[in-house]
Design a protein around this ligand. Structure first.
Ligand code: HEM
Length: 245
């Protein structure tokens, strides 16, 4: 049996147009090449594919294959030390900054004056927006949190979105401040054992997106009301009319 670490491929396309294009072949080739290059054993029996599933409302996690992958990790079907090869920008669409920058125009000026603030702004975007509102855990032992008794077996909801607005931690927590000194101490990626595995990828995606937006457009304007996803879990948007120029 191979001693090489296992790699699993996750593919997702939203639209029939994407499915009929060349992405499928290209992504499979890219995963195979990556596995070869890095000495990984690409599992071709256990693949995770959300074809025609939009990640916009988190459907691919709730009842899609990305959720299945996470389950496979939890149940031990996917072993610790394995790799997940993700060929798309799955979460980028969840992170919305235009409402914040329009609400706080001075921050846009600050950003134009000093683009080196982008990495810190990325953390502030993620804190301010908190794309996943909460997760749930089951207490393994009796304990006390913030003066509340929690009994072994209790189901506890951890509202990341609330923690990220904690005034004891973040001064004027409702404000969007791109050079906030402790922005990176947000808990939007969770905390501890299950902390988001993709946090660095997510940060990189947003950093590059913002570097490119600033390079290419001098005007960015929100021109209508955003339409929010009706969900207590995913804090996303269905519509966000923006003019770029
Ligand atoms: C800003 C974007 C993102 C946010 C806010 C976010 C947030 C989260 C949160 C809150 C969790 C659960 C932590 C917990 O259970 O306490 C999580 C888990 C996870 N995330 Fe992310 N995530 C983002 C982007 C990504 C990306 C881009 C990827 C993949 C490349 C990813 C992959 C995962 C995985 C695999 C887990 C499960 C980790 C585990 O349970 O051990 N995430 N994420």
């Amino acid at each position: 049996m191979s001693k090489r670490p296992k790699a699993y491929s996750y593919l997702r396309f939203s639209t029939p147009e994407q499915m009929s294009g060349d992405s499928f072949r290209r992504q499979i080739e890219a995963a195979t090449a990556y596995a070869e290059r890095h000495g990984l054993d690409l599992d071709t029996d256990l693949t995770f594919r959300d074809l025609g599933v939009s990640a916009f409302r988190g459907k691919n996690i709730v009842d899609g294959q990305l959720g299945q992958f996470i389950k496979a990790v939890e149940t031990g079907k996917v072993k610790s030390g394995s790799y997940l090869l993700v060929e798309n920008l799955d979460r980028l669409s969840r992170d919305r900054i235009m409402p914040a920058l329009n609400q706080f125009p001075d921050q846009m000026t600050k950003l134009r004056q000093d683009p080196s603030v982008i990495p810190n702004m990325v953390s502030e975007i993620i804190r301010w927006q908190t794309p996943l509102a909460h997760m749930r855990r089951t207490a393994l032992e009796d304990c006390e949190v913030g003066g509340q008794q929690i009994k072994k077996g209790d189901k506890v909801v951890m509202w990341y979105v609330s923690g990220n607005r904690d005034e004891d931690k973040f001064v004027n927590a409702n404000d969007f401040v791109i050079d906030r000194p402790n922005a990176r101490q947000h808990i939007a990626f969770g905390f501890g054992l299950h902390r988001c595995m993709g946090n660095r990828v997510a940060e990189m995606q947003l950093r590059i997106a913002w570097e490119e937006i600033l390079n290419r457009f001098s005007k960015l304007e929100l021109v209508g009301d955003p339409v929010r996803v009706r969900s207590s879990f995913v804090k996303g948007y269905l519509e966000l009319p923006v003019v770029l120029g």
